[in-house]
Design a binder for this molecule. Structure first.
Ligand code: BG6
Length: 510
């Protein structure tokens, strides 16, 4: 196990939802698992007027996100955890003199003996990232002479290629790239990391992982929820910015990348950047018209309950043209993937919550069992990111009896069968990595920019293009009626069920 040095975690935006929902529960788990250093303190910082006690009440004792966990743990453990948390009110604005904050950090450092190592976690609106970095720098709080200083930033990282570049440039004035950790919580998911292991720790997949054997690659990310309480944010973002530019292109990069020389952060990140740079950027309007689909959910009845359409959601413009469904077909311009189409879609208000990667293999080069419909029975490797996490291989077996009738059988592995292994939550894993200085699962500046290079022309086309269409789909179905048209008659989306091994065609709406 790697060593975690003594340190302090300073969370900006500590009164926000992410702190209570994700960060504090992740820290609580790390505390229980004795993964936090002995000398450790958390300082929540924001513009709300709170004391240490009221902060602890809010994010620990009265937290809806910890209630369930508390039932299983001792009062003393909870108390000991809460005592590690503190709060500092920044006043009216994040753009202020950080002298008082600096003093508070120094006092806590002395009290908890945390040394000079500090993580600044920015869980604020992105418009504040550069301001906070600048103020930290002006107060002399970014220097590494007396312990390291790291800056963790949440998504969204930029709104476009231009703004992402500007943000990178802005942050680099005050923190070096090695100090910056851009979080993408999908990289914290075990099953996403397992893509690397499946590909590079086995010899049976990699020889087939190329244009000679793969017909196409399909990635689905579906959520059954709508925009919930985030209409205001989402309406300015949309599915492509919210999920595709970051989480889904991260998954794409792991599927596409070449084998790295080793498992060190820079080796892996270099290959991921190369992969993202090899995505064929579509700039031609005709190409964009044929290879992208956007849509919005409209009101419907799901499971007997009336569900609002996107334009009726709180915080959403009633004439909004923001997409809640995005599907993109694209190619990867390199030796390995030449001519292999990738189909990637993400959407809200689908029939179920599921994320999976499906590798569709080509038919055998020479068919000897000339049964009708054989071509529909391709081999598939299905990597289930969530839920029912696991891997499924579909392969042909002989149906008992005369002749050679072939059926598809399943070979499956489920993470749940590893009951003994404790699976860390994404934020838990990512926080621990940042504490240990391991940036493997964090996005580098050039990686984020490469992802924007691909996404920017699609967004521009959707906003300004001539023949752009916005389709509708009823909440609770698999997107607009024409979503299979991306396949040009050579297939269709595998509409997955909640359970990995169930065949598509139906699903459980719950
Ligand atoms: C977030 C998006 O990054 O990921 C949300 O902003 C989305 O809109 C969420 O719901 C999905 O994450 P997960 O881990 O539940 O698949």
């Amino acid at each position: 196990m790697k060593k975690t040095n003594d340190q302090m975690l300073v969370i900006f935006g500590a009164s926000g939802d992410l702190t209570a929902r994700k960060l504090i529960p992740a820290l609580f788990n790390l505390h229980l698992a004795k993964q936090l250093p002995e000398n450790f303190a958390v300082l929540g910082v924001s513009r709300s007027n709170m004391s240490d006690t009221s902060f602890r009440d809010r994010v620990v004792f009265n937290s809806d996100y910890l209630k369930e966990k508390f039932k299983k743990h001792k009062e003393t453990d909870i108390q000991a955890f809460a005592e590690r948390l503190h709060y500092e009110d920044l006043g009216q604005s994040y753009d202020t003199d950080y002298g008082k904050l600096r003093k508070r950090i120094e006092d806590l450092k002395a009290k908890h003996d945390t040394s000079g190592n500090i993580i600044y976690y920015l869980s604020t609106p992105p418009t504040l990232y550069e301001t906070i970095a600048q103020n930290l720098s002006e107060a002399g709080m970014n220097g590494q002479n007396n312990g390291w200083k790291r800056l963790v930033v949440e998504k969204p990282f930029g709104y476009s290629l231009e703004t992402a570049k500007k943000l990178n440039k802005g942050l680099h004035q005050y923190f070096s790239e090695e100090q910056i950790y851009r979080i993408d919580h999908y990289l914290g998911k075990e099953t996403v990391q397992n893509l690397l292991v499946t590909r590079f720790a086995n010899s049976i997949f990699e020889p087939l992982w190329n244009r000679n054997y793969i017909e196409h690659v399909e990635i689905t990310n579906a959520e059954s929820v709508g925009v919930e309480k985030r209409g205001g944010y989402y309406d300015k973002s949309g599915a492509l910015r919210d999920m595709f530019q970051n989480h889904l292109l991260q998954i794409v990069s792991l599927v596409v990348m070449e084998p790295p020389i080793g498992a060190e952060a820079e080796e892996i990140r270099n290959e991921k950047v190369k992969a993202l740079k090899s995505l064929r950027v579509m700039t031609d309007e005709k190409e964009l018209f044929e290879n992208t689909i956007r849509a919005q959910y409209v009101g419907s009845v799901v499971n007997g309950e009336k569900v609002k359409g996107y334009r009726e959601e709180d915080g959403v413009d009633p004439n909004s043209t923001t997409e809640t469904f995005a599907a993109v077909k694209f190619y990867v311009d390199n030796w390995r993937w030449h001519g292999v189409p990738f189909y990637v879609r993400t959407a809200k208000r689908m029939p179920t919550k599921v994320t999976e990667v499906v590798i569709h293999f080509k038919e055998p080069h020479h068919q000897i069992f000339n049964e009708p419909g054989m071509h529909k029975k391709d081999n598939k490797l299905i990597i289930r990111i969530q839920p029912d996490e696991g891997i499924l291989i579909k392969f042909g077996v002989k149906v008992p009896g005369q002749g050679f009738r072939v059926e598809r059988a399943n070979l499956d592995f489920y993470y749940s069968s590893l009951a003994e292994t404790y699976v860390m939550e994404a934020y838990e894993r990512l926080l621990l990595d940042a504490m240990q200085g391991d940036a493997t699962l964090y996005a580098r500046a050039d990686e984020v920019e490469a992802a924007w290079e691909f996404v920017d022309p699609i967004l521009n086309y959707w906003q300004n293009g001539k023949d752009v269409r916005m389709f509708g789909y009823s909440a609770g179905v698999w997107g607009p009626e024409n979503s299979d048209s991306l396949f040009n008659g050579n297939g269709f989306w595998r509409n997955p069920s909640e359970n990995l091994a169930d065949d598509p065609g139906y699903c459980v709406i719950c």
